[in-house]
Design a protein around this ligand. Structure first.
Ligand code: ATP
Length: 335
């Protein structure tokens, strides 16, 4: 008979590389279990490098094999899953600038110090590879998982466009689309803790799959002034309202036209509509982005305006600031 105390003591004689305490005392491992002559250990390897994990596994085996009655040792490693929050960016219809806002929001968040990645879940018309200048790049794989493609803006990204040839039509059916989304989300995102997810327009399979399987932390709705007037945006809002995903707020894009010559702003669809519509729907208003030729040109050239000079970056930095405030609310003041 092997005594449980002897097993626990042998395991505790191995030091946790981080705290220096014994493995049981530090909470790294529960006391081993014996079945026949095999001792099994469940080891929490959170925060340990591959080399440290291997060294620890070797030390555990050596220590437990000294206990009389133990002829084999099994070490099962578990790691705390990194809590990665997904922020969905949706719109009621196509062409309102959802991809432009997603890419620039990700870049702006990075500039504000966030560990952010970008997923192009618009698998029917992926455009992020062009916006972030990663066209033609292919993600590598490690095991069954993809490694996101690096960008010049410090925002790693994954898009279905990286998996198909440029211009190739993508005809995903519902379940395939859901699986494709899963591969993009469950990739090797490393340090990234916030993922901006550019959704396809409308309320289809991808949106449902994202809400049900990946439970985004919140959603941002993008619309144009005329889209708001036609209440197209409300369909996207309804979808999130029917789920448990909170809507972080509304971004009004192409709000007011800036003349490239005199820089005067005109509002062909009326000013302040986005803010009023958000208020009417009880949603926070995150900001407005003017309709500017420079934004389209920079986007087409793969240089997101949020990465550039202040004038064009500012609206995106402001929205990113709002998002960070929502994600990390200041602690409530005590009186
Ligand atoms: N504020 C803006 N000023 C000027 N052009 C813009 C602005 N926002 C977006 N655009 C341009 O409008 C076009 C559509 O934008 P985008 O692809 O971001 O829309 P989308 O809603 O993601 O469309 P889709 O639903 O087709 O994916 C692009 O050519 C983009 O460069």
């Amino acid at each position: 008979m092997t005594s449980n105390d002897a097993l626990a003591a042998a395991l505790d004689s191995v030091a946790d590389p981080i705290s220096g305490k014994g493995l049981v005392a530090s909470g790294r491992a529960a006391p081993p279990r014996m079945a026949e002559a095999t001792a099994s250990v469940i080891l929490d390897v959170t925060g340990l490098s591959t080399a440290a994990r291997e060294a620890l596994e070797g030390a555990i085996k050596a220590a437990l094999l000294t206990v009389p009655g133990v002829s084999a040792v099994r070490v099962a490693m578990t790691a705390e899953k990194k809590a990665r929050r997904l922020i969905a960016v949706g719109s009621g219809k196509g062409g309102v600038g959802k991809s432009t806002v997603s890419a620039n929001l990700a870049v702006a968040l990075k500039r504000l110090g966030a560990k952010v990645g970008l997923i192009d879940a618009d698998i029917y018309g992926p455009s992020q590879a062009r916006l972030m200048a990663t066209e033609g790049m292919r993600p590598e794989a490690e095991g069954q998982k993809m490694i996101p493609v690096p960008t010049s803006f410090g925002v790693p990204m994954l898009s279905m466009a990286h998996l198909v040839k440029p211009g190739q039509a993508i005809a995903w059916r519902g379940p395939m689309a859901g699986n494709a989304l899963g591969q993009l989300v469950d990739a090797h995102w490393g340090e990234v803790d916030t993922l901006i997810v550019d959704l396809p327009p409308g309320t289809g399979d991808i949106q449902l799959s994202l809400i049900q399987k990946h439970k985004p932390k919140g959603a941002i709705i993008v619309s144009t002034p005329q889209d708001l007037a036609l209440i197209d945006a409300t369909r996207a809002i309804d979808l999130f309202n029917q789920s448990t995903v909170p809507i972080i707020g509304l971004v009004e894009n192409m709000a007011g036209y800036e003349c490239p010559h005199c820089h005067a702003i005109s509002d062909p669809f009326g000013a302040g509509g986005g803010e009023a519509a958000a208020a009417a729907m009880g949603l926070p208003f995150l900001g407005r982005i003017p309709l500017e030729i420079a934004i389209r040109k920079a986007s087409d050239a793969g240089t997101p305006p949020a990465a550039g000079g202040e004038a064009h970056a500012q609206p995106f930095l402001d929205i990113a600031g709002h998002l960070l405030g929502w994600l990390n609310p200041a602690p409530a003041q005590r009186f």
